[in-house]
Design a protein around this ligand. Structure first.
Ligand SMILES: [Zn+2]
Length: 241
């Protein structure tokens, strides 16, 4: 779904028929620098991503950059295959990169987490570490889609980033925030070890001039996005979420 000349959302349908859910990958469009994909789904989704791209008239080989918000398996799952097939340059926050490139195990593949969640073993084994070509810093501005600012949003993971598109005032939250039916929510506490950090991150996001929010889990928030962002930041700060 193309939102405007700068941004499209690729909705990847997931789950069982009785428990469907959607991952919302963002595609940044830029006629000069080529398209950039934000996050890559779970392992085995290159076909689904290729199909979603082709609906926008974009081939896999056109993809120039892949930006990863954080190390979780539903964000890096198809990274290796996508990077190989497209030749796109892989970008991630410096703090998060070692968990993507294989210097350190991502949190879903540590012995402790696999002992706690044996059902994650297949995903952990399917993940292929991938070199990060470009390390991003907090506050960096990418010359893409009218200017994309990197905002460090630790909490869900230590090196989590969100992206702010200056021209369209669009915020790509990754998993720093979620949404449900257009209502903005904080990150899932079950998978967010540092909720205090997440609250500080939400406050930083609430300081931005935002009209549209894209949550990886939950999709678009466009009804009073700025107001909802302030509400969630206040709720998280008060420990209500
Ligand atoms: Zn996620």
């Amino acid at each position: 779904m193309k939102l405007n000349d700068d941004v499209a959302v690729l909705e990847l349908a997931m789950g069982r028929p009785d428990q469907p859910f959607v991952l919302n990958l963002t595609l940044l469009l830029d006629p000069d620098h080529g398209p950039a994909l934000v996050d890559t789904g779970v392992p085995g989704q290159v076909g689904a991503i290729t199909a979603a791209l082709s609906e926008l008239g974009i081939g896999l080989a056109d993809l120039r950059r892949i930006i990863i918000t954080h190390q979780d398996y539903d964000h890096v799952g198809s990274l290796h295959d996508l990077a190989q097939a497209s030749g796109a340059s892989v970008m991630a926050y410096a703090l998060e990169a070692p968990f993507i490139s294989g210097e350190r195990p991502p949190r879903f593949a540590t012995p402790e987490s696999l002992a706690a969640r044996p059902d994650m073993r297949a995903a952990a084994e399917a993940f292929i570490p991938t070199p990060v070509d470009e390390l991003l810093q907090d506050g960096a501005r990418l010359d893409l889609a009218g200017g994309v600012r990197v905002v460090a949003t630790p909490g869900h993971t230590p090196g989590h980033i969100s992206l702010y598109l200056e021209r369209t005032k669009t915020l790509i939250t990754g998993d720093a925030l979620r949404a449900e039916g257009g209502r903005l929510l904080g990150p899932n506490p079950q998978f967010t070890p540092d909720m205090a950090g997440a609250a500080q991150s939400a406050l930083a996001l609430a300081a931005l001039d935002v009209t549209t929010i894209i949550c990886y889990h939950g999709g678009l928030v466009s009804d009073d996005a700025a107001g909802q962002l302030r509400r969630v930041a206040a709720e998280l700060t008060a420990g209500l979420q």
